[in-house]
Design a protein around this ligand. Structure first.
Ligand SMILES: Cc1cc2nc3c(=O)[nH]c(=O)nc-3n(C[C@H](O)[C@H](O)[C@H](O)COP(=O)(O)OP(=O)(O)OC[C@H]3O[C@@H](n4cnc5c(N)ncnc54)[C@H](O)[C@@H]3O)c2cc1C
Length: 287
């Protein structure tokens, strides 16, 4: 075990002051579900924990004023069980059902999941399809960046050493519904091999708003822009779904690792997209 100190900030100002002083040595401790594993495995062996668990300014879900705001310190369980979110956008809390298991869900935070920047982070595809913005704080003030610019590579984000992720914000799309599908090697505790979130609004059977985001198939979670533009304006039936979902292959830069080869990930993603489109377009029952 390396050399660690522990500090519990009194408020957000105190947290940002400490982060400014410590930079990368200031280890934000949220749920600890990843951080403690890194320490146990010797990946991190020194620093000062800045314990943000229950730090009020990082908590809270607000759905008033037409915008949804979720504090970075909200746990996956709190999101899954939020009646406010369920009322405004059931797709989002429903997506969290796929996350790990009840024990991890009650510790893991949405901020920790994004800041950890795994290509397969399960909150990332739903956040991407909702065009979420991240609000980042430092002693210099706050800045807002789209989530698609937040992820920079495996374990790399747009956060500077003195910055902290404060909250997420997005608007509920005017029409449509969403779905999140995940394929892991074991259900329950498995990190995704590939995952997919999709949002679809239909008008006269045609896709007027189609958004697709993928996890585990590129160095960062990504929006599938080729598949989106191929599907936009198209009438969705079983034939077009089968043909158009192959467009998604152009959006993939799959990694090959212990959880699956590149080809395996490609095939899984195409299949997940077909399933998502069938579900969202109501053609599922016909199959
Ligand atoms: C058994 C097991 C199963 C898992 N299953 C899944 C799964 O199914 N899906 C999935 O996506 N993940 C899974 N994970 C990974 C993990 O639980 C998540 O990534 C979790 O959301 C991390 O959140 P945390 O609050 O525990 O973060 P922590 O471990 O506290 O922190 C993680 C990293 O983020 C930084 N950080 C945390 N909060 C902030 C902030 N507000 N601002 C800046 N930096 C911050 C920390 O400093 C650290 O570097 C699993 C982990 C385990 C151990």
């Amino acid at each position: 075990m390396g050399s660690f100190q522990f500090y519990k900030p009194k408020g957000v100002e105190d947290l940002l002051k400490m982060k400014a002083e410590l930079g990368e040595r200031g280890l934000i401790l949220a749920g600890g579900s990843n951080l403690l594993v890194y320490i146990r495995n010797g990946i991190i062996n020194e620093g000062t924990f800045l314990d943000v668990k229950n730090l009020k300014p990082l908590k809270g879900i607000d759905t008033s004023n037409g915008k949804i705001t979720i504090g970075a310190g909200e746990t996956i369980r709190e999101i899954l069980e939020s009646a406010k979110l369920r009322e405004k956008i059931p797709f989002f809390p429903d997506s969290m059902k796929e996350f790990a298991n009840p024990l991890i869900r009650s510790k893991a935070t949405i901020g920790g999941n994004a800041a950890d920047a795994s290509p397969a982070a399960d909150t990332a595809p739903p956040l991407l399809v909702l065009d979420t913005e991240t609000v980042i704080g430092s002693h210099r003030g706050e800045r807002v960046i789209p989530i698609k610019e937040f992820f920079k590579g495996p374990k790399k984000t747009a956060l500077k050493p003195d910055e902290v992720l404060l909250r997420f914000q997005f608007s509920v799309p005017e029409a449509g519904k969403g779905v999140f599908l995940k394929f892991g090697l074991r259900n329950g505790t498995a990190v995704s091999v590939t995952s997919l979130a999709a949002w679809l609004a239909l008008d006269g059977g045609k896709a007027v708003d189609i958004r697709i985001a993928l996890g585990g198939v590129a160095p960062t979670p990504v929006r599938a822009i080729n598949a989106e533009s191929a599907l936009k304006g198209q009438k969705l039936n079983e034939e077009s779904i089968l043909t158009l979902s192959e467009e998604v292959e152009k959006d993939l830069r799959p990694i090959s690792d212990v959880r699956g080869s590149t080809e395996y990930r490609k095939d899984l993603t195409v299949e997940l997209l077909r399933r998502a489109l069938r579900k969202l377009s109501g053609t599922e029952a016909a199959l």
